[in-house]
Design a protein around this ligand. Structure first.
Ligand SMILES: NC(=O)c1ccc[n+]([C@@H]2O[C@H](COP(=O)([O-])OP(=O)(O)OC[C@H]3O[C@@H](n4cnc5c(N)ncnc54)[C@H](OP(=O)(O)O)[C@@H]3O)[C@@H](O)[C@H]2O)c1
Length: 317
């Protein structure tokens, strides 16, 4: 392992980081070693990564000194924050700052910052198409990440900004999946109208990140967006109907209705989907499927049977 370049992976026991750790470990001749960062290195998930061959290091994104130690000697670092653990954009920005400073201090050669758009660049606070949330955000969990990009660049950390996409896994794990309505039919609800939603299998984000680390300098200073497919609600409903062998309907509601659903984060997500709907062309364009596939040749589609039909094209950023 000593001759391999270590990638320190924040959130290693989670969706994005887990995908990256597994991608590194699945490619023993790739020249990289996985350093899995977790708060609790004795958890079942952490031990599982160790058994697969990862080095385990304890650190917390709220503790810059712990991050610095965890990043020490690493060639690369995958930096991700956990908005839904606390719902605080200020805390998320502080965590991004901690990671950027720690990477700078440790002399990490290549950081991937898992980010999203600062939507206020498209929808200023004065734009009343969607409410301003928490006094100064439109989509708090996007804006905090986008605002944090400059922390990495201002510090001169060699960074790739990775724009992620909606996890299709949300349809299983995040309560957004099809539910039986009063008519007994399955339906899932999104406020996307007939617009396309870039989506991805969560583990593919980490696999794309691995592709970025492998390409190295080519991607430093660049912004890269990844998605597995751009699909309308109707297209997702058709694929789900086929997979489940029963009709699944897409229940298109307005962003206003979605914001009013009352679950924690409903307003943030209502604004997020409205942003994706209203700026469909930009948002899909920033998540190029060919770029994602060139980084991760095994990139999954929503309907797994479709994957082989996607044409492979050469890609320039
Ligand atoms: N859901 C979506 O569709 C979607 C799409 C794009 C982007 N995102 C963004 O993805 C981010 C979350 O990434 P994820 O889904 O990969 O996370 P995740 O699956 O929730 O995993 C988080 C992992 O990180 C660790 N962790 C949590 N808090 C930590 C802390 N304070 N310090 C160090 N480690 C900590 C936890 O492991 P230990 O307990 O072992 O430490 C946990 O296993 C969010 O900011 C979200 O906005 C989500």
């Amino acid at each position: 392992m000593a001759d391999k370049r270590a990638i320190a992976v924040v959130g290693a026991t989670g969706a994005q980081g887990g995908g990256l750790v597994r991608a590194i470990l699945d490619d023993p001749s790739g020249g990289f070693a996985a350093r899995a960062i977790a708060r609790n290195v004795t958890s079942d998930k952490a031990r599982e990564l160790a058994q697969l061959g990862a080095e385990l290091v304890a650190a917390d994104v709220d503790d810059e000194a712990s991050l610095r130690k965890a990043f020490e000697g690493a060639h690369g670092a995958y930096c991700v924050t956990f908005f839904w653990a606390h719902f605080s954009p200020e805390k998320e920005m502080a965590e991004a700052r901690n990671m950027a400073r720690a990477a700078k201090a440790a002399g990490v050669r290549h950081v991937i910052w898992s980010t999203l758009e600062d939507t206020r660049q498209w929808v200023p606070l004065s734009d009343n198409r969607m409410p301003t949330l928490l006094g100064k955000y439109k989509v708090p969990h996007f804006d905090a990440k986008g605002e944090s990009n400059k922390v990495f660049t201002d510090l001169g950390v060699p960074t790739t900004l990775l724009l992620t996409s909606f996890y299709w896994d949300n349809l299983i794990h995040f309560g957004m999946g099809p539910k039986k309505g009063p008519d007994g039919k399955l339906a899932f609800t999104l406020p996307m109208g007939d617009k396309k939603l870039p989506g991805i299998a969560a583990e593919d984000i980490g696999k794309c990140a691995y592709g970025i680390f492998k390409k190295g300098r080519e991607f430093i200073g660049k912004t890269v967006g990844v998605a597995g497919e751009h699909l309308t609600g109707a297209q997702m409903a058709a694929a789900l109907s086929k997979a489940l062998g029963q009709e699944v309907r897409y229940n298109a509601v307005s962003p206003e209705a979605y914001r009013g659903f009352g679950f924690p984060g409903a307003e943030d997500l209502g604004n997020m989907f409205q942003f994706k709907r209203d700026f469909e062309e930009y948002f899909c364009g920033a998540r190029n499927l060919d770029v994602a596939q060139s980084l991760n040749p095994a990139l999954q589609t929503f309907d797994p049977k479709k994957r082989s039909y996607r044409p492979q094209r050469s890609v320039t950023l």
